[in-house]
Design a protein around this ligand. Structure first.
Ligand code: HEC
Length: 150
């Protein structure tokens, strides 16, 4: 029975989410997962943003594929911010856990922003992609400024 107590305590304190516990064996796994998903987001944001700014030649299908990938990827990193994963090979700031509502707001905003870019990219219209992409870059930056070590 003694082994049950820490789990019951953690649940009572609301510091534990069962799916996160089930999925990540160790804090390092959660850190790796969230960093990997950020890397993938950066790849696809770089491609769409590159086309929006003219650094990469526009290709409607490539833009639509990357924008769709970015929209899907934008939902992924957040479950990697599990309790106890604030230490280790990470640039995550402690504020993520103390100001979690604000952190979640940025994450939700990114999901909404990338959905708009994806909708714009489906039309194949570069001007529409340009008009919607700026918000994504701003959201990445705003969250990094507040919640990531430089
Ligand atoms: C809600 C906050 C938030 C948003 C929005 C956000 N990031 Fe991040 N990002 C972070 C945090 C926190 C880290 C540090 C993760 C760590 O080291 O554990 C990070 C790390 C990264 C990294 C480094 C990954 C590594 O391997 O160390 C890249 C690249 C990155 N973000 C790109 C992006 C891009 C591109 C966007 C927008 C499309 C974005 N991020 C949006 C919070 C955010």
């Amino acid at each position: 029975m003694k082994m049950i107590a820490p789990l019951a305590l953690a649940l009572a304190a609301g510091t534990l989410t069962i799916p996160a516990l089930a999925q990540f064996q160790k804090p390092e796994d959660a850190i790796k997962y969230r960093k990997a998903s950020m890397t993938l987001m950066a790849h696809h944001a770089g491609r769409v943003g590159g086309m929006a700014s003219g650094r990469i030649p526009f290709d409607a299908k490539g833009a639509a594929d990357s924008a769709a990938a970015l929209e899907a990827l934008s939902r992924l990193p957040w479950e990697g911010y599990t309790p106890g994963s604030d230490k280790g090979d990470t640039r995550a700031l402690p504020a993520i856990w103390t100001e979690s509502a604000k952190f979640k707001e940025y994450g939700d905003k990114l999901i909404a922003d990338t959905a708009k870019v994806s909708a714009a990219a489906k039309t194949g219209n570069l001007d529409a992609i340009r008009a919607s992409f700026g918000a994504v870059g701003q959201t990445c930056k705003a969250c990094h400024d507040d919640f990531r070590k430089n």
